[in-house]
Design a protein around this ligand. Structure first.
Ligand code: ADP
Length: 319
């Protein structure tokens, strides 16, 4: 193998740049040529492809976002779109591909492998919702962004004796809400994996208030429902003055933490190693701080399971 490609796809996450850098440098270290594909699968179909040198990835390890840009591409969900992509890869003499992205991007990578084009997935998403890895690139940074925001909201919550509902990202997985909740001592965590009765939550809030609690922080993962609606319900059913903050896209950006830069570098370099030994259709991951890999198609069939011990702990500590 002489030439590989790399792209970022789907939602961006902090640390993707560190991953691109590691793919490029690791490949060049092993005498491979590397081509960057801009705008994910859309750029692949369009042939928006450029050779990358050691210097192409200089000065990006500390930056959020992705130097290769990212996109969503409906056409790539069709067989025709996928074959167009492979045609472009062949045109540029690219023999294998590293795809950095979330589960949607992995479905695209799996399709490429099914069509006979060797592809390896690197998990990059702030949601931490990919099975087969303890952590995804960007989760730690997003978590710290959430904590920073909740700390600030807590100050005003205490001053005004208010109840705050804070909606964080996480459509299918509640990891951001759960970890931030534990790190921030939230009174209640609402996550998609657990179907908790609203009446129970309201009872708990009232109990806390009667006991003299000055404020409450409720972290809601977006997959549970709208934070605004949940805030309204609480306001209607209690006498508590309730405010809602939807953190939104600030969770996606920012300087990647050391943990994300290191994780991205390790996972992306491992992806290149796998291509060098002829692997394909795999995703790299980290489990118990060891680099691992699993077939993408198996990972896509599963749902990441909730860490029950952590969830239980969050309940016990927020009594
Ligand atoms: P993420 O990778 O962050 O989960 P998306 O779910 O938006 O983001 O997926 C990113 C892109 O991956 C899509 O725009 C599409 O081009 C490609 N993709 C998603 N699902 C499939 C699929 N089933 N087959 C082929 N490509 C897919």
């Amino acid at each position: 193998m002489k030439r590989i490609g790399v792209l970022t796809s789907g939602g961006d996450s902090p640390g993707m740049n560190a991953a691109i850098r590691a793919v490029v440098r690791k490949a060049i270290y092993h005498n491979l040529e590397v081509y960057g594909i801009y705008y994910g699968y859309q750029g692949l179909i369009n042939g928006d492809i450029e050779k990358m040198e050691i210097g192409s990835v200089g000065d990006i390890i500390h930056r959020g976002g992705t130097k290769l840009y990212t996109a969503r591409c409906e056409e790539f969900k069709t067989k025709e779109g996928q074959l167009k992509g492979i045609e472009q890869l062949n045109k540029f003499g690219i023999e294998a591909l590293v795809v950095i992205g979330g589960d949607g991007s992995f479905r695209g990578a799996e399709k490429l492998t099914e069509h006979g084009f060797p592809t390896i997935g690197v998990p990059g998403t702030i949601d931490n919702d990919i099975p087969g890895t303890d952590f995804t690139i960007g989760f730690d940074t997003a978590l710290n962004t959430v904590i920073d925001a909740v700390d600030k909201i807590r100050d005003t919550a205490t001053s005004h004796e208010r109840t705050y509902v804070i909606e964080v990202m996480g459509r299918d997985a509640g990891d951001l809400a759960l970890w931030a909740g534990l790190a921030d001592g939230a009174e209640t965590i609402m996550i998609p994996e657990v179907n908790e009765d609203m009446e129970e939550i309201i009872k708990r809030l009232k109990r806390g208030h009667d006991r003299g609690k000055k404020h409450s922080i409720i972290l809601v993962a977006e997959g549970v429902g709208s934070g605004v609606e949940i805030g309204q319900q609480i306001q209607d059913k209690t006498d508590l003055e309730t405010r809602v903050t939807v953190l939104g896209h600030i969770q996606r950006g920012g300087t990647p933490t050391a943990a994300d830069r290191v994780l991205a570098s390790r996972l992306a370099a491992k992806a290149v190693e796998l291509l060098l030994v002829g692997e394909k259709g795999q995703m790299v991951g980290i489990e118990n701080n060891k680099l691992v890999y699993h077939p993408i198609n198996q990972a896509l069939k599963k749902k990441k399971s909730l860490d029950q011990e952590m969830y239980q702990l969050s309940k016990e500590l927020s009594i």
